[in-house]
Design a protein around this ligand. Structure first.
Ligand code: MN
Length: 197
């Protein structure tokens, strides 16, 4: 099976001024697309070509893992954002954030610190265990909570390629603006789904 780059859930320019059309074009059409191209090359004619993208992320290592996980992570990341943002966490998710991080403001601060201090390339993940307990996981390179028996709830890409055209070295500014783009309905759905798996 060939894995195909899924469509973005919004236009390339839709997240401007958080990220410009040029930044999004490179990130989606060059970086994200390249992970699919490399992955398809690596699995062509091999037993791995029978597996779904998520199965590849969970079961493979090395180059296949790196490209499958980056393909999966970016699709998940695009869905964690929405052009207008949509308020803040509600319901069970809000209650869980307050329980596990003290308050919404406390969570925002911890997310910012986690994303800003992650050394090198990687992802700042919000993840849940089977009981619904939330945690922030700063993971390097392509690594994902799926590899650690946890469910991804939200993520922020802090590879330099995610922000360098617009922000140069100002990663903290990129992180600060991300907060207003979070698609809380999607994050809440991820949290709900995590407890059904
Ligand atoms: Mn990226």
């Amino acid at each position: 099976m060939k894995h195909e780059l899924p469509e973005l859930p919004y236009d390339l320019s839709a997240l401007d001024p958080f990220v410009s059309e040029e930044q999004m074009d490179y990130h989606y059409n060059k970086h994200h697309a390249a992970y699919f191209t490399k992955l398809n090359g690596l699995i062509d004619g091999k037993p791995e070509s029978e597996k779904s993208l998520k199965e590849l992320v969970i079961t493979s290592e090395g180059g296949i893992f790196n490209n499958a996980a980056q393909a999966w992570n970016h699709t998940f990341f695009w869905h964690c954002m929405t052009p207008s943002g949509n308020g803040g966490p509600k319901g069970d998710l809000k209650a869980a954030i307050e329980r596990d991080f003290g308050s919404i403001e406390g969570f925002k601060n911890q997310l910012s610190t986690t994303a800003a201090t992650l050394f090198g390339s990687g992802w700042a993940w919000l993840a849940a265990d089977k009981s619904g307990k939330l945690e922030l996981m700063p993971l390097s390179n392509a690594d994902t909570p799926l590899k650690h028996g946890k469910e991804p709830i939200m993520t922020l890409d802090v590879w330099e390629h995610a922000y360098y055209i617009d922000y140069r070295n100002r990663r903290p500014d990129f992180i600060e603006k991300f907060w207003d783009m979070i698609h809380w309905d999607f994050v809440e759905k991820s949290y709900k789904d995590a407890q059904c798996n």
